[in-house]
Ligand binder design. Structure first.
Ligand SMILES: O=C1CCN([C@@H]2O[C@H](COP(=O)(O)O)[C@@H](O)[C@H]2O)C(=O)N1
Length: 373
C-alpha cells in the first residue's frame, strides 16, 4: 500500500495517484437521480466533422403583429393578448394537461398500467418586447418575472401537487416562439423527475438529518472547484454530476424549500444572478445561448406533508457543446446505456467563471459586480 497523497480534494494511494479526473475517464454519481454519468475528458481532443447548427443570431423585431404573445395581438382560438407592460400570463390554448377529465380504468395487469393525469398549462410572457431575453432585460424587469413566478406558484400550488415552471429558450430547444416567455405546467401527481428526486432527498435526510442540497451547497462553496457565480444569497455551480456540457445549478445560501419562501433580498439577488449567468452564457460562444431551464422546490397541493428534505433550486440545461453551432446530441450510447460528457464539470465551470459580465453584443444592458449582491 503506497503512501497516501492528496490530489484535488481527494486523498489517494500512490497506485491511484496516476488517476487525474481532468485526463482519465470515470463515472460520477448524481445523488438526486440515483444514476451515473460517464466522463471522458480525453475525448475533447477529437476533430469535429459532424452536424453544424445554423447560428441564427439576428435580433427579432421588438414587435411582430403576427406573434400571438405580443401585446394587443389575437391568439389562436380568438383570445386577446392584452396590452401588458411587464409580465403577462394566459392559459395555454393548446394545453398538454386539462383540469377535469375522466379517470382511466384500473388495470390488474402490471404490464399495462394507466393512471389519472390532471393539470393545467399556462404561458407567462416575461416582457412586452420580443427582442429581449433575461440577459438583456433590466434587472428590475427580471425581478418582476420572479415575483410573478411566486404569484403563480402560490395560486397554482393551492390545488396542484406539482407546479413546473420551465423556459425553453431558442429554436434549438424546440421553442416555437422567440418572444421572451416561459411555460408553467401543473399536475395532480409528481412527474418522474420530481418523484425520483423527492425519494432520494428523503433517503439522504433520513441518513444525515440534513437537506442534501444544503449540504451540497456548503461543500461546493468550500471546495470551489465548480463555482461559476456566488453572491451573499446564491451560488451557481456546474454540478459535480452535470450531464450537459455547460449545465448549471442555482442554489440558495440559506436553507428553504420553495420559491415562495424567498426573502425580498434573495429575490433581488436571484434576478441579478439570472441576468449575469445568462450574459455569461451568451458570451461563451457569442450567440443568444439556447437552454431549457426550470425550478424545483418541495411539492405543493392541499395535503401538505413534511418536506424538510427539499431545498429550492434552479437548473439550466444548455445543448451547445463547442460553438454556437455545435450541440451535444443525447443519442446512441446516451439513450441505450448512460449519459456521457467530454468536458469535465470543473473545466466547464472555469470557462463560465472567467467570462465577463459585460454582454458581448449589448454591453449597455449589462450590470456591474457591485449590482451582483
Ligand atoms: O396562440 C397561441 C400561440 C402559442 N400558444 C402556446 O405558447 C407556447 C409557446 O411556448 P414554446 O415556444 O415554449 O413552445 C406553446 O405551448 C403554445 O401552445 C398559445 O397558447 N396560443
Amino acid at each position: 500500500m503506497g503512501d497516501v497523497v492528496k490530489v484535488n480534494s481527494f486523498t489517494m494511494t500512490e497506485e491511484e495517484v496516476k488517476f487525474d479526473p481532468k485526463d482519465h475517464q470515470h463515472v460520477r454519481f448524481n445523488p438526486m437521480k440515483g444514476d451515473w454519468v460517464l466522463v471522458s475528458p480525453h475525448r475533447m481532443k477529437r476533430p469535429w466533422g459532424g452536424q453544424v447548427e445554423p447560428s441564427n443570431d439576428e435580433d427579432p423585431p421588438e414587435y411582430d403583429p403576427n406573434n400571438p404573445l405580443c401585446p394587443g395581438n389575437i391568439r389562436a382560438n380568438g383570445h386577446l393578448t392584452e396590452n401588458y407592460e411587464h409580465t403577462y400570463t394566459f392559459t395555454n390554448d393548446f394545453p398538454a394537461l386539462l383540469e377535469d377529465v375522466p379517470d382511466p380504468p384500473k388495470s390488474d395487469d402490471e404490464l399495462f398500467q394507466m393512471g389519472p393525469a390532471r393539470g393545467t398549462c399556462r404561458v407567462m410572457c416575461f416582457h412586452p418586447k420580443s427582442n429581449v431575453t433575461i440577459a438583456l432585460m433590466d434587472v428590475e424587469d427580471v425581478l418582476k418575472v420572479i415575483k410573478q413566478w411566486i404569484v403563480e406558484m402560490n395560486d397554482l400550488g393551492k390545488r396542484w401537487k406539482w407546479v413546473q415552471i420551465f423556459e425553453n429558450r431558442g429554436a434549438l430547444m424546440g421553442c416555437s416562439n422567440a418572444h421572451p416567455h416561459c411555460q408553467i405546467w401543473t399536475s395532480s401527481y409528481l412527474p418522474n423527475e420530481a418523484r425520483v428526486k423527492d425519494q432520494n432527498l428523503k433517503d439522504y435526510y433520513t441518513r444525515h438529518m440534513s437537506p442534501m442540497l444544503f449540504d451540497y451547497m456548503k461543500k461546493e462553496v468550500e471546495r470551489r472547484e465548480r463555482l461559476v457565480l456566488e453572491t451573499q444569497h446564491w451560488i451557481v455551480v456546474v454540478p459535480y454530476w452535470a450531464v450537459w456540457p455547460f449545465e448549471t445549478m442555482v442554489l440558495p445560501r440559506r436553507q428553504f424549500i420553495r420559491m415562495q419562501d424567498m426573502t425580498e433580498d434573495e429575490q433581488k439577488s436571484l434576478a441579478a444572478v439570472m441576468k449575469v449567468l445568462c450574459t455569461k452564457y451568451d458570451n461563451l460562444f457569442k450567440c443568444s445561448f439556447p437552454y431549457s431551464m426550470g425550478w424545483h422546490g418541495a411539492p405543493t397541493g392541499p395535503e401538505l406533508k413534511d418536506y424538510r428534505h427539499w431545498t429550492f433550486h434552479g437548473m439550466y440545461y444548455p445543448p451547445l457543446l463547442r460553438s454556437a453551432t455545435v450541440k451535444k446530441h443525447m443519442v446512441g450510447y446516451e439513450l441505450l446505456a448512460q449519459a456521457q460528457r467530454d468536458l469535465t464539470p470543473e473545466q466547464a465551470a472555469e470557462k463560465l467563471r472567467v467570462l465577463p459580465m459585460v454582454h458581448y453584443k449589448h454591453p449597455e444592458m449589462s450590470i456591474t459586480e457591485e449590482e451582483l449582491t
